[in-house]
Design a protein around this ligand. Structure first.
Ligand code: SAM
Length: 266
């Protein structure tokens, strides 16, 4: 995910998801004044700045958006950086990066990022380390990464590229596995919920653009293969149960299972 402009044009579903999650959970969190907040996997920064910040601005001193992609952080800084919002390059899987921020934050948020993170145990331990005592996390991510799912069914021609991408994501087998790693990282779970959701796109190509904006395969594939690969993704995604097309309107419904974890460092 290194193309911030393309991502931002195609992130309506992610924005809606962050908005719904925050509207549900912000009031359940305990707030003091002058808090310092981290948003892990902030991407191009629009969710951090347009959705998270307006809800927090009276409670906080500083909001830091962090992402492992330098391109995303540069775009976010240029577009949304201000005295209250700062953006940093940070890989949540890199314990050394994270230990620099030990006991720094009152809250850590993360939207649509953790399904790309391979080592969720280390990442959660790092979040625990970066939080002050009494700090809270609110994580929202996908139970099944739709692209990782479609990679499983792709033709052999694409498998040699997929091998590199696959290392970036690891689906969890069950809700209990998530529960276990959150607790293992030292958190007390306040709420952990998952449910099937649907997002309606105006048509199938708009849905496919959203997937393309997060598909790491484009970083590995030679450019002359991009169009053929996109056609293959279309074919495979349509064979899964994640997409339904309305035969009358042509609208494309994406079916996904987000997980929300609200937990505290006692
Ligand atoms: C789908 S985008 C989500 C962006 C934004 N949070 C939103 O809701 O629109 C996922 C982001 O997570 C970032 N990411 C993936 N793995 C990460 C890691 N290990 N550490 C930090 N960021 C990561 C990617 O670079 C990408 O920008």
């Amino acid at each position: 995910m290194h193309f911030p402009e393309y991502y931002i044009k195609n992130d309506g579903m992610q924005r809606k998801n962050a908005e719904d999650t925050l509207n549900m959970y912000i009031k359940k969190m305990v707030w003091k004044s002058n808090e310092i907040i981290l948003d892990v996997g902030c991407g191009p920064g629009d969710v951090t700045s347009d959705i998270l910040y307006p809800l927090l601005k009276n409670k906080i001193n500083q909001l830091v958006g962090a992402d492992k992609s330098k391109e995303m952080v540069e775009y976010a800084t240029k577009t949304y950086g201000c005295s209250m919002i700062d953006f940093k390059v940070l890989d949540i899987e890199n314990v050394n990066d994270c230990s620099f921020y030990s006991n720094q934050f009152n809250k850590i948020f993360s939207f649509f990022c953790l399904h790309w993170v391979h080592n969720k145990v280390d990442s959660l331990c790092s979040m625990h380390l970066m939080l002050k005592s009494g700090g809270e996390i609110l994580l929202n991510f996908l139970f099944i990464n739709p692209l990782a799912e479609s990679y499983k069914f792709m033709d052999t021609e694409w498998q040699k590229y997929i091998k590199d991408v696959k290392q970036m994501s690891h689906d969890l087998d069950a809700r209990d596995e998530i529960k276990e790693i959150v607790i293992k990282a030292g958190f007390r779970i306040i709420n952990l919920e998952s449910s099937v959701k649907k997002f309606t796109f105006s048509d199938l190509s708009t849905l496919l653009n959203t997937l393309k904006a997060v598909d790491e395969m484009y970083s590995f594939l030679p450019e002359h293969l991009h169009d053929r690969y996109a056609a293959h993704v279309k074919e495979k995604i349509c064979q899964t149960q994640m997409v339904e097309i309305c035969p009358i309107t042509g609208k494309a419904i994406f079916i996904y299972i987000p997980i929300t974890v609200h937990a505290i460092k006692d």
